[in-house]
Structure formats: structure tokens, C-alpha cells
Design a protein around this ligand. Structure first.
Ligand code: KG4
Ligand code: ZN
Length: 339
């Protein structure tokens, strides 16, 4: 029986959570920096770090009060060690390790994508190992075979832009705010299906890799060729979303077929996309498989997935107690694999 404090600070969200191995998630809180970065059209790393500094401790105090649980009851602190922005990661890592030192408890560095990958296990019904995971965040698009905690095999990944980036870049070209995925999806609701034909790169490549960089160019070309009235913008958003979703859904289904598995887990910010969920559910039903999603609030970055991944990791490994820390802005998920 353990109580884990989780801290996420890899990019533009400060997330904290308290997860109890028997009682589940006790409290969690999030501060989003989106409004702050908005005027720059993207995340400004230095501003992100400074904002994490401002919010992380107040948020921790807030959840401790919410859960009616003094920090002296915490057994270990899990923090995002990478991948992400180095300055932002250093804030979470240094706070986690100094707090752990002050409390005399261990700290544990967590891989951000492992947090996303395991987050559907926080929901009910939860998938069972093994499953295929489609990881679709702002920086990553990967298909993984997940045999258990720390047992991951890469099946395919993007050769250039991530799906989230394709959403964000297309949204920017349509004059939407950063990050544009959710706004583009909203605009697409009033769009006409199929008015524009966007490429579906690598759809028939025969492997499980992706490529999304061409889409941005196609959206740019289309935007220049037409007067961007409200309806045309919505139609472009709708067709761009369709192209991204078609490729993601088709490759995810191919991954199930290739592995012979029947469970697909979708994790990361783009997993919040309703069109993607509808299409995946439809295809899964046809093939007799099932798709699992994290609750919407745990699709995008959050502290709960880090506390939860920390709890699962602690069942397998000793947490470090020397309080030295480093961060890993680039970190291959497969390096985590348990031998
Ligand atoms: O996982 P996440 O919160 O952060 C990273 O680890 O990168 O993912 C952020 C990405 C952004 O590209 C954002 O535009 C996208 O997720 N996103 C969406 C939606 N909500 C967030 N993309 C499409 N539809 C959405 N509803
Ligand atoms: Zn993320």
C-alpha cells in the first residue's frame, strides 16, 4: 500500500496528483500555460520553465488539502524525467527530488510517454496486457506493442511530423490559436465532408510508419488557392482532420492485425479527438476488437498519469534515494525495457 505524488512539467502544463495504490486517484490539479504562450503562437521554453516554478508548489499544497492528506504521508514522488523541454523538466525534477529529500522518501523519474501509454489503465474498464497502443501527442506518433509495464516494442512511428503537429500546423494556417488540435476539431464540425482532397501519406506503405509533413504543405496550398471565408476554413479543417484520422485509424487497425491482438489503447492529446474515436470504434467493431481511451482530462498532459506510472514502476523496481537527478529531453521509450 503506497501513496505516490506525481509531478508533470515536461511542456506547457504543470500537473500534480496523489495516487494511492488501493484507493486510486485521491486528487489531481493542472495549470495550463496555453493562454500565456498563445500570443507567441507556440511554447516559449523559458517562459514555460518560469511558470512551472510559480505553480508547482501551490498546486501540490492544493491537492494535499483537497485529499486531506499531509505530505508526510506520501511514500514516494514520481516526476517526468523526459522527454520534453529541458528547463521545464528540470523544474519538476528539482522540486520532486528536494521534496523527497526533505521528506526522507524516494523519488522516481518517469518517461512522459510511459505515463500516456499507461493512462487508459486509470479508467474502467481497463485494458489487459498485452495490447497495442497508439501514442498520439504533440511530439510523438507511435504504435507500440505493450506486453506489460516496461515491456514495449515499437511497431511503427512517424518519419517526420507528429499527428498533433499536423493538427497544430494546419490550425495555425487557418488562423486558429495554439495548440490548434481541439480548435481545428471544433471548426471541422461545421465543415463539409470531402470538399477538399488531402493526401493520406503512407496509407499503403505496407508498414506501420506515418508521415504528416506533406499535409501542412497541402493545407497551405489549399488556403492560398481559395478565399478563406468561414465555410471554406471549416471545410479545409474538416478535410485535414479526415486525412489525419484516416491514416491513424487505418495504421492502428493494421497493427492489431499484424500482432493478432484485439485491444487497442489510444493515448496522448490527439486521443481526445472525437472523429478519431468514432472512426476507431467503427473499425474495431468490424474486426471484433476493442478500443480503450483515457478519460478526456487524462488524454492531454496531466500529473495523474505520472503518479500512476510511478505506482506501477514501484512495484517493479527500487526508487532512487540518493536525490541526484538529471533530465532526459530526448529519451527513447524502448530504453526503459526490463531485460
Ligand atoms: O499529449 P499532449 O497533451 O502533449 C504532448 O505530450 O505533446 O498532446 C498535445 C497535442 C497537441 O498537438 C494538441 O493540438 C493535440 O494534442 N490535441 C488535439 C485535441 N486535443 C489536443 N488534437 C486533435 N483533436 C483534439 N481534440
Ligand atoms: Zn504528453
Amino acid at each position: 500500500m503506497k501513496l505516490i505524488l506525481g509531478i508533470e512539467s515536461s511542456c506547457d502544463e504543470t500537473g500534480v496528483a496523489l495516487y494511492h495504490t488501493e484507493r486510486g486517484l485521491l486528487a489531481h490539479a493542472l495549470h495550463s500555460q496555453i493562454a500565456m504562450h498563445n500570443e507567441y503562437g507556440g511554447v516559449v521554453p523559458e517562459l514555460a520553465s518560469r511558470d512551472h516554478v510559480r505553480h508547482v508548489l501551490p498546486l501540490i499544497r492544493q491537492i494535499a488539502t483537497q485529499a486531506d492528506c499531509p505530505l508526510s504521508e506520501v511514500d514516494a514522488i514520481a516526476y517526468t524525467q523526459g522527454p520534453g523541454l529541458s528547463g521545464a523538466l528540470l523544474v519538476g525534477a528539482s522540486v520532486a527530488c528536494s521534496l523527497a529529500y526533505a521528506l526522507g522518501i524516494p523519488s522516481l523519474g518517469i518517461h512522459h510517454l510511459e505515463g500516456h501509454l499507461l493512462s487508459p489503465l486509470l479508467s474502467t474498464p481497463a485494458p489487459e496486457f498485452p495490447f497495442v497502443a497508439l501514442l498520439v501527442s504533440g511530439g510523438h506518433t507511435q504504435l507500440m506493442r505493450v506486453n506489460g509495464v516496461g515491456r514495449y516494442t515499437l511497431l511503427g512511428e512517424t518519419l517526420d511530423d507528429a499527428a498533433g503537429e499536423a493538427f497544430d500546423k494546419s490550425a495555425k494556417l487557418l488562423g486558429l490559436n495554439y495548440p490548434g488540435g481541439a480548435e481545428l476539431a471544433k471548426l471541422a464540425l461545421s465543415g463539409t465532408t470531402g470538399r477538399f482532397k488531402f493526401p493520406r501519406p503512407m496509407l499503403h506503405s505496407g508498414d506501420l510508419n506515418f508521415s504528416f509533413s506533406g499535409l501542412k504543405t497541402a493545407v497551405l496550398t489549399m488556403s492560398k488557392q481559395h478565399t478563406l471565408d468561414d465555410q471554406t476554413r471549416a471545410d479545409i479543417a474538416c478535410s485535414a482532420q479526415e486525412a489525419i484520422v484516416d491514416v491513424l485509424a487505418s495504421k492502428a487497425m493494421a497493427a492489431l492485425k499484424q500482432t493478432g491482438l484485439k485491444q487497442l489503447v489510444v493515448a496522448g492529446g490527439v486521443g481526445a479527438n472525437q472523429q478519431l474515436r468514432t472512426q476507431l470504434d467503427k473499425s474495431a467493431k468490424k474486426s471484433g476488437s476493442r478500443v480503450f481511451y483515457p478519460d478526456l482530462e487524462f488524454c492531454t498532459d496531466n500529473g495523474a498519469m505520472i503518479a500512476f506510472a510511478g505506482a506501477l514502476r514501484l512495484q517493479q523496481q527500487e526508487a532512487a534515494s540518493d536525490y541526484r537527478f538529471n533530465v532526459k529531453p530526448r529519451w527513447d521509450l524502448q530504453q526503459l525495457n526490463i531485460a
